[in-house]
Each structure stands twice: as structure tokens, then as C-alpha cells.
Design a protein around this ligand. Structure first.
Ligand SMILES: C[S@@+](CC[C@H](N)C(=O)[O-])C[C@H]1O[C@@H](n2cnc3c(N)ncnc32)[C@H](O)[C@@H]1O
Length: 218
């Protein structure tokens, strides 16, 4: 059942990436993307996360899997500092452009790399944002990093490490979809001691989306 829904979603996403507009306006801000950067306008997840994430005034924020930079840029309006990371060099290039276009270069920095690896020194954040790939499969191209997480390996690596980068009282905000087994993702987080709550939930015609707040050791 998951796989049919996932196949339809992947087909639609790839179609939009190929033929969709490359300059889009989302929540009153403009974003430029290429066909290889997750389009922040046409999938429910980008805006849903940007609208519902909790960013306290002056917070220090880490955005893992920034794509176009939409969550980093939205967070940058209230945060004191945002670091945005993506493994896809094309996403890094466009997120940097979008940060500049939105005049947030003094608040938001964009780094290329896998999960936490680009963080040079020990850094601590009030909140870590994660809008992960969650379809079952192996990425073969830069763009496919936005889609696939084989056997939830990325989720497992993320929750093994994320606690090392949070300030006391800090928390993760993660988006997940009903078509990808959110309970399985939460079970993996629980193996590493994470607890969770639902911050936001919305049902569309084909799936339900959840934003979870997760914390550890508090
Ligand atoms: C579903 S997209 C979300 C993009 C953006 N946050 C949004 O909501 O529009 C997931 C992003 O995570 C990035 N990503 C996947 N694996 C990653 C990893 N191991 N480290 C850093 N970024 C990764 C992808 O390249 C992609 O840009």
C-alpha cells in the first residue's frame, strides 16, 4: 500500500521538478530553484513546515536538508542565527542565492555536507529542523536525496547524533508523512531515547502530514 502511494508521489514530484516554474513565491517570499532542487511551492510539506515550526525569538537554529532554504529563511526572520545544511550541492547553491535575495545573509549560512558533518566545531542549537526524504529507495542523483531514505537509515543516523547538537531544553522539529510509516520513524527515535509530541497535523486527499517535536534527556 505504501509503495503504490509512494510511487504515485514520486512520479508527480519528478514531473513537477522537470516542468514546474523555477521562480516561485511562497508565503510572501521569492525562491529560485533548478530542476534538481526540491520545489518549495508545489509539495504540501515545505509550506506546512515553514508555517507551523516553532522558532523562538533570538533562537539559534539548524536546518538539516534545507533544499531551497525555505525553512532556514523563514526561521531567519525571528532567529538570531541559522545554519542550513544540504548534501546536494545544487540545493546549497540555490539556498545561498535565496538567502541573499531575501537579505538574510547576516543571519543564515548554508553549508554542504551529510547531516551534521559540515559543523566544524561543537555547535549547540535551540532547535533542529528536519524535513527528511522518506520514500523507500536509494538516491542515484543529487535531486533524489530529496526523495529516498533506504530502510530509514538517514533517520537512524540523525537521531543517533542530533542530541549532541542541542542546548539543554532544545528540541528537534521533524516532518513526516503517513505514506512513509511515521510510527516506524518515531520507534527509531525512541531507541535512542527521544520522546515526542505532535505540533501540527493535516490531512490532504491522499495522505496525512505530521510535524513532531522531539526531545531527549529532559
Ligand atoms: C524533502 S527535501 C526538503 C527540502 C526543504 N527543507 C523543503 O522543505 O522544501 C529533503 C532535503 O534533504 C536533503 N538531504 C537528504 N539527505 C541529506 C543528508 N544526509 N544530509 C543533508 N541533507 C540531506 C536533500 O538534498 C533535500 O534537499
Amino acid at each position: 500500500m505504501f509503495s503504490i502511494r509512494q510511487s504515485i508521489s514520486i512520479w508527480l514530484i519528478k514531473l513537477i521538478q522537470q516542468f514546474g516554474p523555477r521562480n516561485v513565491n511562497v508565503l510572501g517570499r521569492t525562491y529560485e530553484i533548478s530542476k534538481d532542487v526540491f520545489n518549495p511551492k508545489y509539495y504540501f510539506t515545505s509550506q506546512f513546515m515553514a508555517k507551523n515550526m516553532i522558532i523562538p525569538m533570538g533562537a539559534v537554529v539548524l536546518d538539516i536538508g534545507t533544499g531551497s532554504g525555505i525553512q532556514a529563511i523563514t526561521a531567519g526572520l525571528t532567529a538570531s542565527k541559522v545554519i542550513a545544511i544540504d548534501i546536494n550541492p545544487e540545493a546549497v547553491k540555490y539556498a545561498e542565492k535565496n538567502v541573499k535575495a531575501n537579505k538574510l545573509e547576516h543571519t543564515v549560512s548554508v553549508l554542504e555536507g551529510d547531516l551534521f558533518s559540515p559543523l566544524k566545531q561543537k555547535s549547540f542549537f535551540d532547535t533542529i529542523l528536519l524535513t527528511p526524504p522518506y520514500m523507500e529507495g536509494e538516491p542515484q542523483t543529487g535531486f533524489e536525496h530529496a526523495l529516498y531514505d533506504r530502510n530509514k537509515q538517514l533517520i537512524r543516523r540523525f537521531f543517533r547524533e542530533a542530541g549532541n547538537y542541542l542546548k539543554p531544553g532544545g528540541y528537534v522539529q521533524m516532518l513526516y508523512s503517513s505514506i512513509a510509516g511515521p510510527d516506524h520513524a518515531l520507534d527509531i527515535s525512541a531507541e535512542f531515547g527521544w520522546k515526542h509530541d505532535v505540533i501540527a497535523h493535516e490531512k490532504t486527499f491522499s495522505e496525512s502530514f505530521y510535524i513532531y517535536k522531539l526531545w531527549i534527556n529532559s
